[in-house]
Design a protein around this ligand. Sequence first.
Ligand SMILES: Nc1nc2c(ncn2[C@@H]2O[C@H](COP(=O)(O)OP(=O)(O)O)[C@@H](O)[C@H]2O)c(=O)[nH]1
Ligand SMILES: [Mg+2]
Length: 321
Amino acid sequence: MGFLDKLKERFTKKEDSGQYLSGFSKTKESFAKKLSRFAFGFKGVDDEFLEELMIVLLEGDVGIETADTICEELQKRMKKVSHPSFEDTMDGLMEIMHDLYNEVPDPCIQMNPNGTTVILMVGVNGSGKTTSTAKLTKHYLDQGLSVGVVAADTFRAGAIDQLKRWAEKLNVPCVAGKEGADPSSVLVEGCRYAKEHQLDVLICDTAGRLQNKVNLMKELAKMRKVVSREIEGAPHHVWLVIDSTTGQNGISQAKLFKEATDVTGMILTKMDGTAKGGIVLAIKHVLSIPVYFIGLGEKEEDLRPFDLESYLYSICEGLNS
Ligand SMILES: Nc1nc2c(ncn2[C@@H]2O[C@H](COP(=O)(O)OP(=O)(O)O)[C@@H](O)[C@H]2O)c(=O)[nH]1
Ligand SMILES: [Mg+2]
């Protein structure tokens, strides 16, 4: 049984396979469809094929460095197979993508065993922080945990109201300051509320100003310091929210944030709106930051824990059949 058959077998048993398939339909449309064109008259993994593959990978925003690695590895592996068929080659390709992501397997998300788990959401404006805060809230509520949110994006009144509306809809407490208030003071208030009410999870939505590294570092350092004073070990997670439709620009943002603070995980949003789903591989390969969740739509249920096999199957479905 080939790699793709095994992927398919496991994928069909997953609960959220339907959400994955529809969320990644644009990437699949581009990736699998373009690759399947090479099936006709396939002559093996020669220069011409590798060149075409490189273009498909780059168009899917896998990024030059990662695409290079994939092509080299495919050439190496296929040399060991005598007269590889197109199916063998696609099997090899998907297995390489799998192994590349998993060179460093994503660690599990650790929850604070002694109290509230504090999650800081960071990222530039419009990346999907507030929406992802709401989606994460639903994710943890569904697990039977108590959740609160903090509107620490105090730069726009609209941002505070947006989170308040989500909190109301999801029926969770929202600690919010006034527009223009010091975000750190709102975070402190949020932590105190969480302790007093023994919340399991506190998700803090922060402001996403695109700024220089020094200011970003200072701001993030201050936020970390104030929450660490309130709850031991906090923030337990700093999750960077990246809009996957921004492609390689998203990777530059991720680099900046990684240099500015200890980003512990990533949420890649708007996968449903893009054919550039290859950004998952690029982010992991180039930055070694675990991808924990992916956004596949605008509703609260459209956040899925990232599952490597489901992702790979969803972008290559139909390729070998
Ligand atoms: N299609 C889609 N839209 C999303 C997703 N995540 C966020 N959005 C939309 O992106 C826009 C910006 O999101 P928002 O959470 O306000 O970004 P923030 O500025 O980082 O807080 C909103 O219109 C969201 O509905 C997603 O996974 N898929
Ligand atoms: Mg926001």
